[in-house]
Design a binder for this molecule. Structure first.
Ligand SMILES: *Cc1c(COP(=O)(O)O)cnc(C)c1O
Length: 384
């Protein structure tokens, strides 16, 4: 039998071994990592809400009122008030009939895709779709088709060939992210909506990295582009810019009811703690408020500063891929930044990104100061 030590040694040899860093501070730019003060450019807490007083208060009050645990799966113990309030708010914000939340985004993807699709159906994914979407597609048993990243011609050809061979009862689901998690670029959502309508397919858009950042109410890229009504399944996580945890799907009442009935990661898992739902609701309210708009403005001004100081194109999102290529070189660079400059900019390697495209994944948030950004840019410029 193969030993775990041998497998780990193989990962080491390929510069693909991962380790966990000890952090002894809250989730914020000024972090204590390996007992040392560092500035973190690693978090997806894009608006700095994970330590916001309004979320802390909502979570604390919910613990006082509802306790810590939720007891069982919601199909067993029922839906606690904080979960219901959160879902009503999400459905309203997304202008859909209904919404359902899961304990996190990963289980939302896996549960939803495997609930919606079965053998004989077809799921058409962007090549750079998140691992959770790929895993859900695989688990569903549906036929998986992949189009090159953001390639509308290829997507249309796949839709054509699928619609020619599909039987009447079969579902075809297009899956994309709105902001891609490792490249930070945007999907052409309006064009994808037009294609899904032309070929009578369904469309799921994962707004994990767009919630809180785009749109007049901060509800995501679809809101900004005005194409929300063409999306059948609005997906996202509450663990990134919402500073809490959880995943959601918003859509028609019938489809959400179907997901409740068939998503195994919903049915066979204890509901998230009520305090998590309460913090998520406080976050969404904040994102929609004037304070949320001001935090978005701060985030975009930080991103503009980064592009000016590094003489690079204006980022399209809060995610900046600093491409290196080789896994070991990306690791060395990340370690050098941490050891010599007290900056956390994590190396991202295969299989998170394609082979030979290892990179630093730099994320900028509204919580970074101009000084944080200036320091980062000076160091990156000195390395170039
Ligand atoms: C992070 C992420 C998820 C998973 O969400 P979690 O709440 O972290 O489990 C799903 N999809 C995309 C695109 C993501 O980036």
């Amino acid at each position: 039998m193969r030993s775990p030590e041998d497998e780990l040694a193989e990962l080491d040899a390929a510069s693909l071994r991962r380790t966990l860093r000890p952090v002894d501070s809250p989730q914020q730019p000024e972090s204590i990592i390996y007992q040392k003060e560092v500035t973190s450019f690693a978090s997806n807490d894009y608006l700095g809400l994970a330590t916001h007083p309004a979320l802390r208060q909502a979570a604390t009050e919910a613990i006082e009122t509802w306790g810590t645990g939720s007891g069982a799966s919601r199909l067993i113990t029922g839906s606690l008030n904080p979960h219901r309030q959160l879902e009503e708010f999400i459905a309203k914000a997304k202008k859909t009939e209904s919404a359902i939340t899961f304990a996190n985004g990963y289980t939302t993807s896996v549960g939803t895709l495997s609930a919606l699709l079965e053998k004989g159906d077809t799921v058409i994914l962007d090549k750079l779709s998140h691992a959770s979407l790929v895993d859900g597609a695989r688990l569903s048993g549906a036929t998986i088709r992949v189009f090159p990243h953001n390639n509308l011609d290829k997507l249309e050809r796949l839709l054509q060939s699928t619609s020619q061979s599909a039987e009447p009862n079969r579902r075809t689901l297009i899956v994309t992210e709105s902001v891609f998690s490792m490249d930070g670029d945007l999907a052409p959502l309006r064009e994808i909506v037009a294609l899904k309508e032309k070929y009578h397919a369904l469309l799921l858009v994962d707004e994990a990295h767009a919630l809180g950042i785009y749109g007049s109410h901060g509800m995501g890229l679809a809101e900004q582009l005005g194409c929300s009504a063409g999306i059948d399944f609005h997906m996202g996580t509450l663990g990134k810019s919402a500073g809490s945890a959880g995943g959601y799907i918003a859509g028609s009442k019938a489809f959400i009811d179907l997901i409740v009935n068939k998503a195994r990661s919903f049915i066979y898992s204890t509901a998230a703690p009520p305090a998590q739902a309460a913090a998520s609701l406080a976050a969404l309210k904040l994102i929609q408020s004037g304070e949320g708009a001001a935090l978005r403005e701060k985030l975009w001004s930080n991103l503009r500063l980064f592009s000016e100081l590094t003489d690079s194109p204006r980022p399209e999102s809060a995610i900046i891929p600093w491409l290196v290529g080789d896994s070991q070189k990306a690791l060395d660079l990340s370690n050098q930044l941490l050891d010599q400059h007290s900056i956390l900019a994590p190396a991202v390697r295969y299989p998170t990104v394609p082979r030979n495209t290892a990179r630093l994944r730099i994320t900028i948030t509204a919580a970074h100061s101009e000084k944080n950004i200036t320091q980062l840019c000076e160091i990156l410029n000195s390395l170039a």
